[in-house]
Design a protein around this ligand. Structure first.
Ligand SMILES: CCCCCCCC/C=C\CCCCCCCC(=O)SCCNC(=O)CCNC(=O)[C@H](O)C(C)(C)COP(=O)(O)OP(=O)(O)OC[C@H]1O[C@@H](n2cnc3c(N)ncnc32)[C@H](O)[C@@H]1OP(=O)(O)O
Length: 218
């Protein structure tokens, strides 16, 4: 598999790639939006989620922290932009393209033949008994399956269905290997398969259908 060619995706809006409604014929990518420390901000926010998930604060500390988080939120409220302008989801130099809401992954190989990524479910992705929540595993498959289909069809795709098999427990705080690839491409339909491994052990697999969007499709 050849490494992902970023230049193929980095196209501004023009007549053949209109930025209208919810449709983007090409996805704008960036390595600069949000500045050089945006990734560090994301990482601190993930740490906040990790710590908050397992915290049991006394009342006076809860009060102090509400004020602190309110102050943080007020700063974030001052710098709101729309979904097409935010660095989140477009910063290809950062884990999960800078999208804080996704389980952090790093793509190590990707192209029309498929995607390989190291995924780490964080402590805040807890489902129970030290294992990752199944919904978060599905989110990772959705995004990396979406990436594999996008690289195959060279355009935006949308999930039609996604079926996850949970084969064994998925550990937290452990770099895991996720693979996704288009098994069959039939017109606009990209049938995707994928696996999630902890070393040699299969944790989960996926069977999904992604549909390539038509120009102008919302
Ligand atoms: C380091 C790398 C750098 C590279 C940079 C890359 C940039 C990043 C790129 C990428 C990564 C991003 C990744 C994100 C991924 C996340 C994706 C999501 O979560 S999407 C949100 C959830 N999904 C929805 O909300 C869909 C809701 N549903 C719909 O919108 C429609 O139903 C849709 C689009 C799925 C299909 O609708 P229609 O009108 O376009 O098409 P119709 O004609 O209905 O279906 C087309 C064909 O598909 C079949 N089909 C449709 N749905 C099906 C289903 N559920 N099961 C089976 N077949 C289905 C139909 O039977 C038809 O088949 P016949 O052509 O007739 O053979």
């Amino acid at each position: 598999m050849s490494p992902v060619s970023h230049s193929e995706w980095d196209r501004p809006a023009d007549a053949s790639s209109p930025h209208e409604g919810g449709f983007r014929a090409q996805i704008d990518i960036s390595t600069t939006r949000g500045g050089p420390r945006y990734g560090e901000l994301n990482e601190e926010l993930r740490r906040l989620m990790d710590l908050a998930r397992y915290a049991c604060p006394p009342e006076e500390l809860t009060e102090a922290m509400i004020a602190q988080v309110r102050a943080l939120n007020e700063n974030l409220a001052k710098v709101q932009v729309d979904e097409w302008e935010t660095p989140s989801g477009t910063r290809i130099d950062l884990p999960s393209r800078g999208n804080l809401t996704l389980p952090p992954y790093v793509v190590t190989d990707g192209g029309p033949d498929g995607v390989i990524a190291d995924v780490t479910f964080r402590p805040f992705h807890l489902g129970g008994n030290k294992a990752a929540h199944g919904g978060h595993i599905a989110v990772a498959f959705d995004d990396l399956g979406g990436l594999a289909s996008a690289l195959k069809v060279e355009g935006v795709t949308r999930t039609a269905y996604l079926t996850v098999g949970y084969r064994s427990l998925t550990p937290l705080d452990t770099p895991l290997q996720m693979r996704t690839w288009v098994e069959t491409l039939d017109g606009r339909k990209a049938f995707v398969k994928g696996t999630l491994h902890d070393g040699d052990r299969l944790c989960a697999d996926v069977d999904a259908l992604f549909i390539a969007l038509k120009p102008g499709q919302p």
